[in-house]
Design a protein around this ligand. Structure first.
Ligand code: AMP
Length: 281
């Protein structure tokens, strides 16, 4: 698997792909890849002639007290997974390659980024929009693949692509879970065995909400309260938020009439985990 570390090396390769009329797919990741990432790469491979996986722990999307320095990294393992999934190459830059020391240009968004994860992570989506814009400019893919696991991120990227006229199709991919239901995440490696068991509370509690919706309940507050109450039965869990929002605008809803996103973030010990489901009445 070819691991490209500089923009200068990457550009001529991409130029040649385009000269040959090849369709290029991009899968942006922060590395420490698992089956969730792999599902994105496999889908991208099925829809494009060449797939680029970016593997970059992006400093600008981490807050000051977050886990930038401890975020797990293993490029050799990532390369093996990309090879198996059929990617053409990995773009694995150092932070200095992506950001000039005096970088002062950012991409930010007014709507969609204030609620949900944006409340606890006020600078997160500015970092995400900035790095994804940069990757889009560097790679200029036909399609880019994002997981529904990070539902707010997916909605934000779709909106950014619309607002800034990127000529790129955004493809959303379903959440891949462990056999017991825990959504796969690179951050799951932080969990102790006890915490790993406790982490199941996210999916289990969301399932309660989903069952209520399927049974015809339309009062968002009632559903949120039931989800929250179930989360609180787990002593190791500390809920950051449970929200039911419009799946497109991410605005809070009171009555469920249109497609909704039910999303949660929960601290299990020191590890902040997210999960969600979408429901169309
Ligand atoms: P990350 O490396 O965590 O930034 O994730 C890179 C991409 O993989 C994002 O688009 C995520 O939404 C997606 N992803 C991460 N975990 C999963 C999962 N369990 N299922 C599906 N997609 C995922």
């Amino acid at each position: 698997m070819q691991i490209i570390k500089t923009i200068e090396e990457l550009r001529p390769i991409l130029k040649e792909f385009r000269r040959q009329g090849l369709r290029v797919g991009l899968v942006p990741t922060m590395g420490y890849l698992h089956e969730g990432h792999k599902s994105l790469i496999v889908k991208a491979v099925s829809e494009n002639d060449r797939v680029i996986v970016s593997d970059f722990v992006n400093p600008t999307q981490f807050g000051v007290n977050e886990d930038l320095s401890s975020y797990p990294r293993d490029i050799e393992r990532d390369a093996a997974l990309c090879e198996e999934a059929g990617a053409a190459l990995i773009f694995h830059p150092e932070p200095e390659e992506m950001y000039f020391p005096d970088n002062c240009t950012f991409v930010d968004m007014d709507q969609l980024t204030k609620g949900l994860c944006g409340k606890t992570r006020p600078t997160h989506f500015r970092g995400v929009c900035t790095v994804v814009s940069k990757l889009f400019h560097i790679v200029m893919p036909d399609r880019a693949y994002f997981g529904q696991k990070d539902a707010q991120q997916l909605a934000v990227i779709r909106r950014m692509v619309r607002d800034l006229n990127f000529d790129i199709t955004i493809v959303g991919c379903p959440i891949v879970r462990e056999a017991d239901g825990l959504a796969m995440s690179s951050r799951n490696t932080y969990l102790s065995p006890e915490e790993r068991k406790a982490a199941l509370i996210l999916h289990k509690s969301l399932q309660i909400g989903e069952e209520m919706m399927r049974a015809g309940e339309r009062d968002a507050l009632k559903i949120k309260t039931a989800i929250q109450a179930n989360m609180e039965t787990e002593v190791l869990a500390r809920v950051d938020y449970v929200e039911i929002v419009d799946a497109d605008s991410l605005e809070q809803v009171t009555i469920i009439e249109k497609p909704v996103l039910t999303a949660t973030a929960v601290y299990i010990g020191n590890t902040r985990l997210i999960d969600n489901f979408t429901y169309e009445p």
